[in-house]
Write a protein that binds this ligand. Structure first.
Ligand SMILES: Nc1ncnc2c1ncn2[C@@H]1O[C@H](COP(=O)(O)OP(=O)(O)O)[C@@H](O)[C@H]1O
Ligand SMILES: [Mg+2]
Length: 280
């Protein structure tokens, strides 16, 4: 049984259909990259996976169970920008998940529990390369550091599903590369299932074990908003190579076979041909 199943999802805002008949079945541990034209409903789809929004029709099942009506700790999300708290330091931002969990009213912990939360936050800070920035506020961090903080904060809740909405879209190419490496390391280490929306098709191919393309299958030139988008291509990929293997092999090694993630392993077949979804 697949880990996450979307069955006939459609979303309509007022009169406007955004998504139509989205069917999807994803194995646990996949890194699913999502591309599609701006405004076609990618962020909407992530909000539905998060449980922040209910689809107009259809349902999402995780581990065979219908998604609860609201976000829970099993799913974390990182947006392109501004998902950390500007009035908290790096350490404060990383302690917040434990503080909210431990004390719903005050969002503050005391004594041994506070020390435990602090240790966890410090370990995460080291993992995301912010150990030297504990006392800094988000405004005093670079864009890449802010995104590392946002990812660290999402991971502290140990989500089984991490949703990333164009998380590296605002970063310069060098920082972006580092962030991709960090994401791959964290993904391998945790075994979590990742959905990542990106507008960079190269990034989508490079990182994913599976690439989904959202597009409209029906188009009315007189009324561009008449139809919603769905998954039009579903492409199994080999996934990013471990950073060490890339380093050893030197530049241009990206095309070499991946010993960890064989082609198509996530799609449950060895067929590396893209699947053009039939028109429903
Ligand atoms: N809460 C909402 N109410 C009405 N329309 C919305 C809402 N959220 C998004 N939309 C519209 O739905 C469409 C899809 O938005 P979105 O999912 O953000 O697209 P994408 O992330 O692919 O760029 C857009 O036309 C957007 O204006
Ligand atoms: Mg979006």
């Amino acid at each position: 049984m697949s880990f996450l199943k979307a069955h006939r999802i459609s979303v309509t805002y007022g009169e406007a259909p955004i998504l139509e008949r989205v069917d999807l079945s994803v194995d646990e541990g996949a890194l699913v990259t999502v591309v599609g034209a701006s405004g076609c409903g990618k962020s909407t789809f992530l909000r539905i996976l998060l449980g922040q929004e209910r689809p107009t029709t259809g349902e999402i099942r995780v581990d065979g169970r219908a998604l609860a009506g609201e976000p829970d700790a099993g799913r974390g999300i990182v947006f392109q920008r501004y998902s950390v708290f500007p009035h908290l330091t790096v350490l404060g931002n990383l302690m917040l998940p434990a503080e909210i969990e431990g004390s719903k009213v005050l969002a503050r912990l005391f004594g041994a529990r506070r020390r435990a939360a602090r240790e966890k936050a410090e370990a995460m800070m080291a993992k995301i390369g912010l150990a030297d920035a504990a006392g800094r506020y988000p405004a005093q961090l670079s864009g890449g550091m802010q995104q590392r903080l946002a990812i660290g904060q999402a991971l502290l809740k140990r989500p089984r599903i991490l949703l990333l909405d164009e998380p590296f879209g605002a970063l310069d190419p060098g920082t972006r590369r580092d962030m991709q490496d960090l994401l791959i390391d964290l993904w391998r280490e945790t075994g979590m299932t990742v959905f990542m929306v990106t507008h960079d098709i190269q990034e989508a191919f490079h990182l994913g074990t599976r690439l989904l393309v959202f597009d409209k299958i029906r188009h009315d030139p007189q009324f561009p908003a008449a139809y919603g988008a769905t998954i039009t291509y579903d492409i199994p990929l080999k996934g990013a190579q471990p950073r060490d293997a890339r380093r050893q092999a030197g530049p241009g090694a990206d095309g070499a076979p991946d010993p960890v993630m064989p082609a198509g392993s996530d799609a449950g077949s060895n067929d590396t041909e893209p699947t053009r979804r039939p028109n429903p």
